[in-house]
Design a protein around this ligand. Structure first.
Ligand SMILES: Cc1cc2nc3c(=O)[nH]c(=O)nc-3n(C[C@H](O)[C@H](O)[C@H](O)COP(=O)(O)OP(=O)(O)OC[C@H]3O[C@@H](n4cnc5c(N)ncnc54)[C@H](O)[C@@H]3O)c2cc1C
Length: 269
């Protein structure tokens, strides 16, 4: 086996204990100690996809593996697939299931908990799926999960539209929307997930589904705020944007101990 992190070491310890206490536990032990797929299996995946696959020996691997929080710099995936479309995501999920490789989806890579990278697993990076498409005369907007918030805001503002989102320009729309999404505009417009009309989702079985109020409604419900990486990999969002003109924001601060006065003044505005 390769390097282990704390979670894997604890899992291994627990499974070893189970194996000692229960006859069926030995099957689990053999699963835990299964070797990572070799170069030929990775090449098989590469042949099935359109987007680039960065394996550890590729020059671009370091950059492709990096996430926003340098705390996770030591987490080395087996490979990073920069998916070129939903079909790549399907192929990668099916390949990973067949070869027992853990996967992590990534949009903007800003997960606080490091959930968009995976030690000895496959990262399915969606940052190339970053199109923001506004149909003329409509408030329905298609947004790729890999679009950064600043790209979404800029693309929509050019058409007099807006969706509520977060304050960090480089957060990915995918992770933000699936986790809820709260920002400056949320008091007026709600959370990002409330604006979603439908999604295209690749399930753990590798199927590509639509999830909306009428189709796979339970999945639609769970995806809107249930957290990224839990119920499938979203390859496209359709959201209902609001017509907005201009907007402004400000911040206020006051001396410690003056909170009561500040709130009273605020209420009087
Ligand atoms: C500096 C900073 C500022 C922030 N500000 C705000 C804010 O103002 N408002 C707010 O609401 N949040 C804010 N957040 C939190 C942020 O919204 C979440 O961390 C969000 O999950 C990041 O999305 P991402 O796509 O960049 O991250 P990623 O790390 O790519 O993904 C986050 C999680 O979602 C999963 N995931 C990603 N894409 C998909 C997909 N397409 N399908 C399925 N699962 C997927 C990943 O596997 C991971 O579990 C902030 C975070 C940071 C680091």
């Amino acid at each position: 086996m390769g390097e282990l992190d704390r979670r894997e070491a604890l899992q291994l310890f627990g499974v070893g204990l189970l194996a000692a206490l229960h006859p069926g536990g030995f099957e689990l032990v053999s699963r835990m100690s299964r070797r990572a797929p070799g170069a030929s299996l990775l090449r098989a995946l590469e042949r099935e996809v359109r987007g680039p696959l960065y394996t550890r020996s590729e020059p671009g691997f370091g950059g492709a593996a990096e996430v926003y929080n340098s705390r996770y710099d030591d987490v080395r995936p087996l490979a990073v697939l920069r998916a070129a479309g939903a079909r790549d995501v399907q192929a990668a999920v099916q390949w990973a299931a067949k070869n027992d490789v853990p996967v992590a989806a990534r949009s903007g890579g800003h997960s606080y908990a490091g959930y968009s990278t995976v030690r000895n697993g496959l990262v399915i990076d969606l940052r190339s799926l970053d199109r923001v498409t506004v149909s003329s005369g409509s408030r329905s907007v298609r947004i790729g999960p890999g679009a950064r918030l600043i790209e979404v805001y800029a693309g929509l503002a050019a058409k007099g539209l807006a969706v509520p989102g977060g304050t960090c320009p480089t957060v990915g729309f995918g992770g933000l929307a699936l986790g809820g999404g709260y920002g400056f505009a949320s008091r007026a417009l709600g959370m990002t997930c409330d604006t979603i009309e439908s999604m295209r989702v690749v399930t753990a079985g590798g199927s590509l589904l639509t999830a909306d109020e009428d189709t796979n409604a339970d999945l639609f419900w769970a995806l809107r705020g249930g957290g990224g990486g839990n119920f499938g990999i979203v390859t496209r969002f359709t959201v209902n944007a609001s017509r907005e003109g201009s907007a402004a924001f400000y911040s206020a601060s006051w001396p410690a101990g003056a909170t009561e006065d500040a709130i009273a003044a605020w209420q009087g505005l």
